[in-house]
Write a protein that binds this ligand. Sequence first.
Ligand code: FES
Length: 138
Amino acid sequence: MHMRASDHPVGPRTIPVRIILEDPASLNEDGSDTAEHEVMAAEGEHLLEVALRAGVNIEHACGGVCACSTCHVYIEDGDDALSEPTEMEEDRVEEAPGLQINSRLSCQCDIVRPPADGGPIVMRVPAWNRNAVKEVPH
Ligand code: FES
């Protein structure tokens, strides 16, 4: 599925993001069992595109337009660096299996500032959640 890229200019990649995979073999593009990636991201990027760039295949059935919940992740640290969830995201994320208090949809998590403690932003990708698409816009 084609993915929505950031629709605004992004800055230099100075913000560390740690991506922890609960099921690395199915999430790593190269099939490896590497369970942690540390990459640099820019203000203006969203976490889904950061993960995809790092070779982590988070499912994104709706293409990043907040119409599914397949890009569900847990934010374990650095949530002060991310955009606040919208009501639409809150409604969608409630459909995700394994919902937790720190659940977010990675395509909706724009990096808006560096984390106050210098980072990294830490996101955990849950062991696979099956396609929870309700409707896909045409
Ligand atoms: S990819 Fe569908 S909500 Fe994020």
